[in-house]
Design a binder for this molecule. Sequence first.
Ligand SMILES: [Zn+2]
Length: 166
Amino acid sequence: MLNPFGHQLRQETIAALTIMFAAAKTQIGVTLVAESGYRSYDNQTSAYHSYVDTLGVEGADQTSARPGYSEHQTGLAIDILDTISGCGTDGDCLGNTATGRWLANNAHTYGFLLRYQADKTSITGYEYEPWHFRFIGTLLAGHLHDVGIDTLEEFFNLPPAPTYTN
Ligand SMILES: [Zn+2]
């Protein structure tokens, strides 16, 4: 379904996102923006291929999931920016802002996990993405926060995202 921010997400993700966005406004006065939510297989295919065109296959694989591998295809992942920092969905710009710090420190309260953290590339297989959050529910998100586990790979004992063999 379409969320109030113009992107498709699963209903439970939208509900949690709405609460988190309101909290950011109240707590730090920032208007968050949902930049990208659900992507179909076809959308992910074109996104990946446009990265290949500009970055080559190796660069694209570090930046974008190949079709069939993106969390955005689950409807649980959301890229979050704000209206004031001018940061986009690349580099570590957002991570150095009040918005990025607030999200990293508070997302678990609303059931979201900062999926690809700065020092976890070898574990997740992704470069730092301070804007990319995945809804995992408040129970699991709170637990990971309490025990100090930063990634789903560490919690579920999973390998990093595929490096692909071809
Ligand atoms: Zn993302």
